[in-house]
Design a protein around this ligand. Structure first.
Ligand code: SF4
Length: 202
């Protein structure tokens, strides 16, 4: 079972296969891995203790960032994620810890989740996916309905206000007009936008 996996210079943490979206483009619809990893489907969700034990096999100083990404939405295990991250931070204060998320954790928990992350999580990367709420909902089929996009934007703003290095990400497959509108959102919220080159996995 793959709990931790290397991609590029980073070490990724796979806490859950659950997600509160059903994105039409989710690579999990047609695949079980990312690049050349083993299957990322978990036999069970690893406990905090299992993750900490597994991490002892890795030399964290070799990695640029430790990234909670999962093959699912990592914030569905937010408390466990923060416990693990805090433990690693105490052991290695210079460690850079990132969460790759759909940005819907405020809606999941009905609270200000960026506040809980502040001081433990250094970076948050949020999949923006679209430039307006209706299209976002069509693409992600989020459990929280058509207003999910607003919740995502609020979470991003809170991350910035709490001093977390936050960015939006989109893929370069979006139409030019949509990319322009995503850039406008990024500028309005002072949250940088990363435009990733789309890489088909299969
Ligand atoms: S948020 Fe991510 S993991 Fe969840 S369905 Fe969408 S692409 Fe897949």
């Amino acid at each position: 079972m793959t709990i931790l996996y290397e991609l590029g210079d980073n070490l990724y943490v796979n806490l859950t296969n659950r997600c509160n979206c059903r994105c039409v483009f989710c690579l999990r619809n047609n695949s079980d891995h990312v690049q050349d990893t083993d299957s990322l489907w978990l036999e069970h969700e690893p406990t905090v203790e299992e993750v900490l034990e597994e991490a002892k096999k890795f030399d964290f100083s070799q990695y640029r960032e430790i990234v909670f990404c999962g093959y699912g939405e990592p914030t569905l295990r937010l408390d466990d994620l923060l416990t693990i991250a805090e433990t690693w931070k105490q052991e290695s204060p210079s460690l850079i810890i990132r969460i790759n998320t759909n940005g819907l954790s405020d809606l999941q928990y009905q609270t200000d989740t960026a506040k809980k992350m502040a001081g433990i999580i250094d970076k948050v990367s949020i999949s923006l996916n679209a430039s307006e709420k209706k299209h976002y909902f069509e693409l992600t089929r989020s459990s929280f309905g058509v207003d999910s996009f607003d919740g995502l934007l609020t979470f991003a703003r809170h991350c910035r206000e709490y001093g977390i290095s936050v960015r939006f990400s989109i893929v370069d497959l979006l139409p030019e007009q949509e990319i322009r509108e995503c850039k406008a959102i990024s500028e309005k919220l002072s949250v940088p936008l990363k435009i990733r080159v789309y890489e088909p996995k299969e």
